[in-house]
Ligand binder design. Sequence first.
Ligand SMILES: [Zn+2]
Length: 317
Amino acid sequence: MITCLYCGNNATTIYYSGIRDRLGVSRDDWSFVRCSECGSLNLTPRPSPEQLPSFYPATYSLAKAGQKGITNKYLARLGHIFVYDRVYYRQLRWVLRTVNCRTSTIRILDVGCGVGHQLRILKTWGFDPIGVDTDEEAVRYANDALKVTAYVGDITTCADIFGSNHFDVITAFHVVEHLLDPVSFFKICRELVRPGGVVAGALPVCDGTVARTLGRYWVALTEAPRHIGIPSHRGLIQALEATGLTVQEIARESVVNVAGSVAISISPRGSTSVGSKLGLRHIFSGILMLTALPLVAFTEIFGKPSIVLFAATKSYV
Ligand SMILES: [Zn+2]
């Protein structure tokens, strides 16, 4: 029995067992327990904070892939133009629309910024965002190669540096599912945004149509043990509102991203974040993604989304 990361109730039912890390970093079998209250999936056994860093491969951040050789650079560039930047544009436009942003002077913090591609795009749009990530090499790349401002650390580092009520917007794209305590994370985010400010992000949810269809093969599960809790829609809302934030909107993520997750579910080592060389498996993964795209678009738009964007506001009182 473990405590659900999203609603705090006891979770007892093993829903998936024998899950293997798709990247092979962990050699263990993992299980997910389904919360009987909110339906979220919780990894078991739950790793300790000390164990977590050892579950990440050396090249987990996207832009570290494809940096060597002309072919790799060309393929990586194509991936950015046709896939990743499309996803980032939708994420950021959606967040800015949710914030009802009309000025580029707003203070934006991107937690888990990785190598800083969202920061790069925000900068080209006239904003001056700040990023934070625990990956020192990724932060160095963000600062040196992309010329954006990023710090090494996590949300508590930001609390120490910036204090309460500092930011207008905090974003966390595909971060929360990696955390041992998402509710505490949301609490600190709430403290860091000003009244009326927004905490937003994206993450996979376990009760979407694509997620339920792929079941144990879905990449959100085979990212175990790096993925520790996959919430249901309800679990996500409960975790956000438990901190005093008010959920403004939950929307579907880019269908390109979901199609990509389907491709990686079928071809687990086909993502460009794995290893430094791009090759045939990545081209195969791209073809799979394009093939899956029409059906995924249909299910994401007309069914229940499997990767969602969320935005929650801090009240003025
Ligand atoms: Zn729960």
